[in-house]
Design a binder for this molecule. Sequence first.
Ligand code: G6P
Length: 370
Amino acid sequence: EALEKGGYDHFMLKEIHEQPRSIRDCFRGRLNVAEGWVSLGGIKDYENKLIAAPRLIMVACGTSWHACTVGEYLIEDLARINVEVEYASEFRYRNPIITENDIVIAVSQSGETADTLAALELAKSKGATILGICNVVGSSISRITDAGSYTHAGPEIGVASTKAFTAQVTVLTLMALMLAHKKGTISESKYRTLLAELDAIPEKVQKVLDSSDKLIQDIASLYSKATNALYLGRGNCFPVALEGALKLKEISYIHAEGYPAAEMKHGPIALIDEEMPVFVIATQGPSYEKVVSNIQEVKARKGKVVAIVTEGDVHVKAMADQVIEIPKTDEHLVPLLATIPFQLLSYYIAIMRGCNVDQPRNLAKSVTVE
Ligand code: G6P
């Protein structure tokens, strides 16, 4: 087992550090910056159907649902296709409206999650096209779907998903770019810029891992005894906040909630006091100013703010208790970078609390029963 962990103390830490490679593997044969194209071979035959679809329905559970929500922001914004993200367990039991024109896409690391599989079977029985984005090759979902794309993250052993999440987001980003280009909803120059920016992501992930590890250990030691934590983000970083909160609760058993930053004032703000860490994604982009004012609201109530900011930021730095810098990238790709510090933070907090990070209590890697 020590050998399998490749020198790391835990599978989770190893898998976090594998992400520059796993994201790169996910690009293989699908992204060519020099020639200027993106292609997902597995769903090539469905491209026309996808761009003509009135809507795409994504079904998933857990972390995979968070990846779908990032995908929703990207596909709607770049390709202008309506996307609905559904918890598979809710979708399957609420007599959903599904027609033969619908395309239902399941996203699942294991490809075996019972609710996701059942949601797909239901969609299939109503005549919808069913596609899959899975990590495990030959899994049940990959077998029942009409077509799909593998995430190629390699085996994920840690129960808390890390590299499988970023691989899912990567595939959904490739899909958004492919659809946007084919549909003509983004300019050729924007497309080219995004391809180059995406290609640079693995090395930027590596930079985050190298530059922030020690800092994150220090931050973890400040908050390891917290009983509650709030995660805030806006736009495509709202699901990153959800995923950050999920990681923390899964492995450290600290109660954590993810919220769209502006929703904080509709409830969670009541929880803020001097003990409460608030983790905020405050990177440069369209909602930067708005997030800054959300940070001010937290500080006015004496909350502790840990912000993820774009390299070189000075404004948030002056307000927050701690900041973690990530390299600059296009706003559409920020989730792939901003998620990394949250993974490390939950890992180190869980270690400091003496938790079993690879096998947290009550959780299973794959939930094959309802
Ligand atoms: C379990 C795992 C999670 C995972 C979820 C969905 O809860 O612990 O890490 O996100 O199932 O699994 P799937 O294999 O469908 O992505």
